[in-house]
Design a protein around this ligand. Structure first.
Ligand code: ZN
Length: 212
């Protein structure tokens, strides 16, 4: 089973960015919990999180724990600040076509599409940066910056519980697309003449072992 590491930015004594009566650490935790719930409900996948409560974890510990667990991918969720507006994603500086770049594309497209159901969202682009959690992780890793906490129009969306759930779930779907995760929804299928284990497994994107 594929192993997904979800990283909620900041926590505990580190509030992250502040603005409009919001704290970055609270929103990133909500996004991660929504993403985890959606992944576990819809796919066969092993999910691990840096934190599921309001605690401090150092940047190196985040990367080290994901490395030690043998995560297949690492996705870190943040809220931007600095009076801009919109959505952007980061990978460690690497060429187009690298695994991190492919993961970034899937996440970026999926999340931006969902955000735009809620109004105009500026696409700030697919970027690279030498961030510790991107540099120190051994697997494809992407960090998302989900709107600006100190910009009123962005903050209004970040106060909307439905927006946070849908954006968290969009992270999950981007991850599922990149990893090609098998669905875990129970399907009833009547074996017909001519079916083989192989053809039936292929049809539902599962392994022959899972089918048996
Ligand atoms: Zn942050």
């Amino acid at each position: 089973m594929k192993k997904v590491w979800l990283d909620a930015g900041h926590g505990g004594t580190d509030s992250g960015a502040l603005g409009n009566n919001l704290r970055e650490k609270d929103i990133t935790l909500q996004l991660v919990l929504h993403a985890r719930a959606y992944l576990e409900h819809n796919y066969s996948v092993d999910v691990q999180v840096t934190r599921s409560t309001d605690v401090f974890v150092s940047l190196s510990d985040r990367a080290n724990r994901a490395n030690a667990w043998g995560a297949d991918i690492f996705v870190s969720m943040h809220i931007n600040a600095g009076s801009g507006t919109g959505f952007e994603t980061y990978r460690y500086p690497s060429q187009e076509g690298s695994q991190s770049s492919l993961l970034q594309k899937e996440l970026h497209t999926e999340i931006l599409t969902i955000m735009r159901k809620f109004g105009t969202i500026a696409d700030r682009g697919l970027k690279t940066a030498n961030y510790a959690v991107l540099r120190e992780t051994n697997m494809p890793a992407v960090l998302t910056e989900n709107l600006f906490i100190d910009t009123t129009a962005d903050a209004e969306k970040l106060k909307n519980a439905t927006f946070l759930r849908e954006v968290g779930e969009a992270h999950a779907r981007g991850i599922a697309k990149y990893l090609n995760l098998p669905s875990n929804q129970v399907t009833f299928y009547t074996i017909q003449s001519g079916d083989t284990f192989y053809s039936t497994a292929k049809k539902y994107n599962i392994t022959v072992q899972q089918l048996q």
